[in-house]
Design a protein around this ligand. Structure first.
Ligand code: FBP
Length: 326
């Protein structure tokens, strides 16, 4: 008899997860599945007619995704609230306080610009204790994260979860109406052969970041290393997922348009850095792990380079060599 597929609910039945964590993850999964079915039926994205806290045009799908997550998380005992890319302030979802309550850091629809052309996108989440109330908890460093992961909306819908120093992947089965475990203990290769960067921006990176990229691109098999290929979709989740499986590096350093970096610390850089750390990979801002950065405000941005240890350490070394004073 075929072994029954292990669903996310079975997997979370493991005592390592608290009741608040279990209910929060199941709520995220319900929202992720709903968003996937909306996207699968969907027309191309359209502007929602207002800008978000970052001054960016919001797409209708950004609002739909945010609403699905907030609605599901509002029914979870133990989930205190959400810090979302689409909401200016942390949003309290629980009617009353509990000692074990959690805060969810959320990018409801990462890479939503790709939906102008039915492209790849995802959702990113981080879960941490809501110690000291929502406002204080929204400013904790990434070292406070207990769980993190993402949904990838692609040829299939995946949920990738980092918990207890390991990374597992689940596939959404519409027939079952559930996520089932498909890959266990994912490990990011020590070194890879692909890089994911918006190369058009590289001209305005720091000279050390530019020379790091030039060295990587000029790498040839003659040097005993791989010959790198560029693979860039414009969606952090999709690019990082490929790097997680095949090795290599995703990089969005600071540039002239985004001198602090483009990606947001609390709900993009930190959850993805937590996933790569649990999978044996690495992440850096060029100076330190994003997980150690004190956020000046909930929507702060940082430079982000993540992937295989080899490539990330070489980026950090290049940046360090440009700062002799350090
Ligand atoms: P959001 O879509 O959540 O705003 O994320 C930002 C993002 O789209 C990342 O997913 C992606 O890595 C990056 O911006 C792409 O930026 P660019 O269009 O400058 O290459």
């Amino acid at each position: 008899m075929l072994a029954r597929e292990l669903t996310l609910t079975d997997y979370l039945g493991d005592s390592a997860f608290s009741s608040a964590e279990t209910h929060t993850l199941l709520a995220l999964a319900r929202a992720g599945a709903r968003i996937a079915s909306v996207l699968a039926r969907g027309k191309r994205a359209a502007f929602a007619g207002h800008d978000n806290v970052h001054g960016e045009h919001v797409r209708d799908y950004d609002v739909i995704a945010n609403d699905h997550f907030v609605k599901e998380l509002s029914q979870v005992p133990g989930c205190a609230g959400v810090l979302s890319e689409e909401l200016a302030e942390p949003f309290r979802t629980a009617s009353h306080q509990r000692a074990d309550e959690l805060l969810v850091f959320l990018d409801p629809l990462d890479g939503s610009a790709n939906l102008d052309a039915h492209g790849l996108c995802g959702s990113i989440f981080g879960i941490a204790p809501a110690t000291g109330g929502l406002t204080a908890a929204a400013l904790q460093t990434g070292q406070g994260l207990r769980l993190a992961g993402y949904f990838l909306y692609s040829s299939a819908t995946l949920m990738v979860l980092a918990a207890h120093e390991r990374v597992d992947a689940f596939l959404y089965d519409p027939a079952l109406g559930a996520f089932t475990l498909i890959e266990q203990n994912l490990r990011c290769p020590e070194r890879g052969k692909l890089y994911a960067v918006n190369e058009a921006r590289a001209r305005t990176w720091s000279p050390s970041a530019q020379s790091w990229l030039d060295q990587l691109k000029s790498q040839s098999t003659a040097d005993g290393g791989p010959r790198y290929s560029l693979r860039y979709t414009g969606a952090l989740v999709a690019d990082a997922h490929r790097v997680l499986l095949e090795g290599g590096v995703f990089a969005y350093p600071a540039d002239a348009a985004s001198p602090q970096g483009k990606l947001r610390l609390q709900y993009e850089a930190n959850p993805m850095s937590f996933v790569f750390r649990a999978a044996g990979g690495a992440a850096t801002t060029g100076r330190t792990s994003p997980l150690d950065v004190e956020p000046p405000h909930p929507h702060a941005r940082v430079p982000l380079v993540l992937g295989s240890r080899h490539e990330v350490e070489r980026f950090e070394a290049a940046e360090r060599s440009a700062r002799p004073s350090d």
